[in-house]
Ligand binder design. Structure first.
Ligand code: IPM
Ligand code: MG
Length: 361
């Protein structure tokens, strides 16, 4: 029997539409091969939505996303919208989408692809074999805490305020996701906080420690975030699963991404307790190369694979896509961001064509 899925596509800004087109072709190809049927519907988000309808997350978009089985997003943002008031910025649309779908768990894997080891800025012996997962809390912490704003004090001075806050239930639910993931990996979980300074982190550490009683098979460690950042570039192989708050996860996941050589290779999944997940590359919209057929579509394609694995429970189709990515890299095909001597540089569309060919082989 053919399994049917309704997928909302959010191509967004910059290179978004180009890389999304490649991912859709790949999905259509694996659908035929695995008896799946996708109904794709596009919706507006980010700067594209601001230009079309005057807001970065139209109600219609949120509605379409809620009614679908999974949401595949490309990227949002660009210089053009950087000076708009905050409520009209593309980033506000993305944060609204995460909050609106209650996607509290963001999974950001960083795995070294042996063929790309030379693309890393770190020594091969440091990064070879890196395979880690950052589990980032995504709908709380300083990104959403109140009060927030720029206020005027009694003395007439301006004062910018944000609030980092977590409640027990928010810490416990992300903690559980992380312990479960660690269980499926190498059973090592490192919780990252700033408990030496921040009360919110002390609570985080206390709750994660308490939770670990339910997961005696998982080895739990704790690191302060400054040390974690240092350890990630010093000896990244010590990590398997990392769980951390929204802001620390934002920063650490960029560091983890760069270990692999290019942020253009990394997918992510954002999940809630129920409802559709959101799947998107870790990289941004790269406005400097938009529309030039230079973008690397592989993170987008791997995000589609994550959608199949985590969102739709179709691991075989996901494996097939990941294999195709491996095969094109093995064949020596690269986009400019991951090129090295002796490889063949392809544009975004040609990389897509190489993937389709590999899927048919
Ligand atoms: C990310 C991005 C976003 C974030 C921005 C675009 C709002 O950096 O997904 O990591 O800070 O969460
Ligand atoms: Mg980020």
């Amino acid at each position: 029997m053919t399994q049917e899925y309704r997928i909302t596509l959010l191509p967004g800004d910059g290179i978004g539409p180009e890389i999304m087109a490649v991912a859709v072709d790949v999905l259509k190809t694996v659908a035929d091969q695995h008896s799946l049927s996708f109904t794709f519907q596009e919706a507006l988000i980010g700067g594209a939505a601001v230009d079309a309808v005057g807001q970065p997350l139209p109600e219609e978009t949120l509605d379409k996303c809620r009614k679908s089985d999974a949401v595949l997003l490309a990227a949002i943002g660009g210089y053009k919208w950087d000076t708009l008031p905050r409520e009209l910025r593309p980033e506000t649309g993305l944060l609204g989408l995460r909050a609106g779908l209650e996607l509290f768990a963001n999974l950001r894997p960083a795995q070294i692809v042996p063929q790309l080891i030379d693309a890393s800025s770190l020594k091969p012996e440091i990064v070879s074999g890196v395979d880690l997962m950052v589990v980032r809390e995504l709908t709380g912490g300083i990104y959403f805490g109140k009060p927030r704003g720029i206020f005027t004090t009694e003395t007439g001075e301006q004062r910018g305020v944000n609030t980092m806050a977590y409640s027990n239930s928010e810490i416990d639910r992300i903690g559980r996701v992380a312990f479960e993931i660690a269980r499926k990996r190498t059973r090592k979980l490192c919780s990252v906080d700033k408990a030496n300074v921040l009360e919110v982190s002390q609570l985080w550490r206390d709750r994660i420690t308490a939770l670990s009683a339910e997961y005696p098979d998982v080895e739990l460690t704790h690191l302060y975030v400054d040390n974690a950042a240092m350890q990630l570039v010093r000896a990244p192989k010590q990590f398997d699963t990392i769980v951390t708050s929204n802001l620390f996860g934002d920063i650490l996941s960029d560091i983890a991404a760069m270990l692999t050589g290019s942020i253009g290779m990394l997918p992510s999944a954002s999940m809630g307790a129920s409802g559709p997940g959101l799947f998107e590359p870790v990289h941004g919209s790269a406005p400097d190369i938009a529309g030039q057929d230079k973008a690397n579509p592989l993170a987008q394609v791997l995000s589609a694979a994550m959608m199949l694995r985590y969102g739709l429970n179709q691991p075989q189709a996901a494996n097939r896509i990941e294999q195709a990515v491996q095969q094109v890299l093995e064949a020596g095909y690269r986009t400019t961001d991951i090129q090295s001597p002796g490889t063949t540089v392809l544009g975004c569309q040609a990389m897509g064509a190489a993937l389709i060919k590999s899927l048919h082989s």
